[in-house]
Design a protein around this ligand. Structure first.
Ligand SMILES: Nc1ncnc2c1ncn2[C@@H]1O[C@H](COP(=O)(O)OP(=O)(O)O)[C@@H](O)[C@H]1O
Ligand SMILES: [Mg+2]
Length: 284
């Protein structure tokens, strides 16, 4: 990748794009020409090439995963317990050691973390932390505001708007530990909204969540997709797969199937993912 230095805004906007084989010192006459060329070079995509993850205890959680995610889309990741679903999200986020390559929009994923909002599996989140709903959502603005700067009025407005979207504006002064599981998950979604990320990764967001909250969250996610976002969701309830996801990854430490949900969500692939005993909706 070549990083190109441009004056002011142009540099800011385009420095992360993939600009291979572009002769910069060549014939580009003005900023507008340059922008047109750069637009063609944008790769709005997550790409995993041959990624494998082995933890320190010797467990190989992922084996040679190849995956291209081109948005906007809602992509589900399903597979049995221990099949590497959470590991796959963490690998894309650059949180764990891996072999192979992960890129986001053509750039090493570690440099692109601001583009991704992530909600970890619930068991990993400390609910006893003394913080209000409003403050918890405001944490999402930190990547834009900077850790040691004060959150400005504009950011607080964003926080309020996000709480309105998830239907929790009235609860903004409450402590997070006083919320139900479903309300708390909506707070975490609101935190993602203020982050204004291009990609949203959610690990089992509906576990311990009531149906009202689940429906609110699904509606928000579908709206976000319509507005151009790409959303990855680790999920375990097979009855909702066709309803929730445009695309699907079926994982069992290795990639069993990936593609449009209507193409890959079938008995054969389910058996290969979960074993012969898989049984859904009383079918089979
Ligand atoms: N930090 C870790 N250290 C060692 N092994 C781990 C770690 N995290 C996950 N594993 C193991 O890796 C495999 C995949 O785990 P995970 O990605 O959490 O699966 P899933 O989310 O599909 O349930 C499991 O066998 C799990 O025990
Ligand atoms: Mg998991």
């Amino acid at each position: 990748m070549v990083e190109i230095i441009f004056p002011g805004k142009i540099r800011k906007q385009y420095q992360f794009l993939k600009l291979t084989r572009l002769n910069v010192s060549g014939n580009l006459k003005n900023k507008r020409d340059k922008c047109l060329i750069f637009r063609q070079e944008v790769t709005e995509m997550i790409e995993c090439q041959n990624i494998s993850v082995t933890y320190n205890n010797g467990v190989q959680a992922l084996k040679k995963i190849n995956l291209r995610i081109k948005g906007p889309t809602i992509m589900g990741i399903i597979g049995p317990n221990g099949s590497g679903k959470s590991t796959l999200l963490k690998a894309i986020l650059g949180m764990i050691q891996l072999t192979g390559e992960v890129s986001i929009n053509g750039v090493s994923s570690k440099k692109m973390l601001k583009k991704v909002a992530y909600v970890a599996q619930k068991t990993l989140i400390d609910l006893s932390f003394p913080i209000t709903v409003k403050e918890c959502v405001a944490l999402g603005t930190i990547s834009n505001v900077g850790l040691f700067k004060t959150i400005r009025k504009g950011e607080w407005k964003k926080v309020e708007e996000a709480l309105e979207v998830v239907g929790l504006k009235e609860q903004q002064e409450r402590q997070i530990n006083a919320l139900s599981g479903g309300q708390f998950q909506r707070v975490l979604i609101a935190r993602c909204l203020v982050q204004d990320a291009e990609y949203l990764f959610l690990d089992e967001p509906f576990v311990g969540v009531d149906m009202v909250s689940e429906n609110i969250i699904v509606k928000i996610l579908k709206d976000l997709k319509e507005s151009g976002k790409t959303i990855l969701i680790v999920h375990h309830d097979l009855s909702k797969v066709e309803d929730y996801f445009d695309q699907l990854v079926m994982l069992n430490n290795k990639m069993i199937a990936v593609g449009k949900t209507s193409d890959v969500f079938n008995t054969n692939n389910l058996k290969r993912t979960y074993g012969e005993k898989i049984f859904i909706d009383g079918g089979e």
